[in-house]
Design a protein around this ligand. Structure first.
Ligand SMILES: CC(C)(COP(=O)(O)OP(=O)(O)OC[C@H]1O[C@@H](n2cnc3c(N)ncnc32)[C@H](O)[C@@H]1OP(=O)(O)O)[C@@H](O)C(=O)NCCC(=O)NCCS
Length: 422
């Protein structure tokens, strides 16, 4: 059977054959026959907005790969910084390349004193750390005016390094401010994740020593969250990037998209749900209420994964390692019972609803001591490398400014009526 579709314009009888490439058809082809005709596709559910060589995702089969490498192998053998290099450069680094990358990131972790003193400290005392992060990332564009030079490879690379390096510093600063603790400067003798933990938790000790199991677990979580192809925040990055805004402004937009409970806030919803259920005995009744249409089982189901989210499998293992150090999160038993019942219940099985990455990540973060407000911030730190890989790719593709069509459903033309006559 031919891998193509034929479109006939019944008004004229003209038809055109369009090849199906990678499961899709090119709008540039069908608009040759039907210029000015467009698809109504709310939420871009059936629209590929770009070509991308960064992440491969097969939701039916539960496959996720960065630059061709299976997520399972990266989570087991790599580190977040190496994965960030892979996303940005397209290849794994040699020892020399990695050392230079690590050095660059490490020596760009400091933020300008005015970002902290004049800007971050200007927030209200109970400011949400994610709101502070979104604003602080945008504010960086006013500190690095060279960032506007987006077609200068040197400048572009420098902003990529700065953003990946400064995210944990801004995140730590936002947390410390929101709980009234003094800012902790980066310790460049520590690796990426241990340094972030130091900026979160250090009190009066000369050097903060993160528990290596917890630092490793967080690093694995960073790997799992580094990219996920055209999700809402990455699309925001591409949309803003397509106007040729500087990368700090584009990253602030992507972070803002991540702030929403439908995206970066789902693991918080899981914790709230488990807390509300309260004990294992209440699980069957809760499942029944979900099946009766009262709310959803948070952390279950996914727009693209219609089998077990591969990241959820890895996270479950990581959770066990973390709980050995921190003690079991008391909500874990409820979560396990929920999963157990849901995976054998006809309602969830027939709808192909499996645990997603958020089902266990919140439990781990909570056991590590992170407040729930920090959950989206913890997501933004590693996703920055994914956003930047997409930003770089879109600039290299010389892509068009994103400007979709709309289906107008408003008023017919009418004449202005003076206020007194309305
Ligand atoms: C992620 C999510 C938004 C994907 O939604 P979607 O692909 O648009 O799927 P739909 O909303 O069309 O749901 C399809 C069916 O499954 C049901 N369903 C989907 N997710 C469900 C859940 N978590 N609990 C119970 N039922 C669910 C819907 O009620 C619907 O049933 P119906 O066909 O009888 O009406 C959805 O699964 C969800 O809300 N999950 C919980 C929130 C969450 O964990 N989000 C994090 C995603 S990483």
């Amino acid at each position: 059977m031919a891998e193509s579709i034929t479109i006939t314009d019944n008004r004229t009888g003209d038809s055109i054959e369009i090849p199906i490439v990678n499961g899709g058809v090119s709008a540039a082809e069908w608009t040759k026959l039907l210029p000015g005709l467009w698809f109504f596709d709310a939420g871009l559910v059936s629209t590929a907005m770009c070509e991308s060589a960064i992440t491969y995702l097969d939701g039916e089969a539960g496959i996720l790969r960065y630059r061709g490498y299976p997520i399972e192998q990266l989570a087991e053998k790599s580190s977040y910084l190496e994965v960030a290099y892979l996303l940005i450069h397209g290849e794994l680094p040699t020892t020399e390349q990695y050392e230079s990358w690590k050095h660059e990131i490490t020596y760009h972790t400091f933020i300008h004193e005015n970002v902290r003193k004049r800007f971050l400290e200007g927030f209200h005392y109970d400011a949400h750390p994610m709101g502070m992060l979104v604003s602080a990332v945008a504010a960086l564009s006013t500190f690095y005016l060279d960032a506007k030079d987006i077609f200068n490879p040197e400048s572009r690379y420098k902003q990529i390094i700065r953003l990946i390096a400064k995210m944990p510093t801004l995140a730590g600063a936002a947390h410390r401010f929101s709980v009234g603790m003094p800012f902790v400067y980066p310790d460049n003798s520590l690796d990426f994740t241990a340094n972030f933990l130091s900026m979160m938790w250090k009190v009066a000790e000369p050097r903060f020593e993160a528990n290596p199991v917890l630092a490793k677990a967080l690093d694995v979580l960073f790997i799992l969250h580094a990219d996920h192809e055209q999700n809402c925040s990455t699309t925001a990055m591409r949309v803003v990037g397509s106007s040729h805004a500087d990368p700090y402004s584009a990253c602030a937009a992507a972070s803002a998209a991540l702030y929403g409970p439908r995206h970066g806030g789902a693991n918080e919803a899981v914790i709230r749900m488990l807390t509300e259920i309260g004990s294992i005995e209440n699980v069957p009744a809760f499942i029944e209420s979900v099946k009766a249409g009262h709310g959803r089982l948070q952390g279950f189901g996914h727009r693209v994964y219609k089998s077990y989210d591969p990241r959820a499998k890895i996270i479950k293992r990581t959770a066990d390692e973390v709980f050995e150090v921190t003690g079991k999160n008391p909500l874990l038993d409820i979560a396990l019972k929920l999963e157990d019942i849901a995976l054998s219940d006809e309602y969830f099985v027939s709808r192909r609803l499996y645990p997603n990455v958020d089902f266990y990540s919140g439990l781990i973060y909570q056991a590590m001591g992170f407040p729930m407000e920090m959950f989206p911030v913890l997501f933004a730190i590693p996703r920055t490398s994914g956003w930047l890989a997409h930003w770089q790719e879109l600039l290299d593709q010389d892509s068009k400014i994103v400007r979709p069509r709309q289906l107008y459903v408003g008023a017919e033309p009418r004449d202005y009526v003076a206020m007194a006559a309305r």
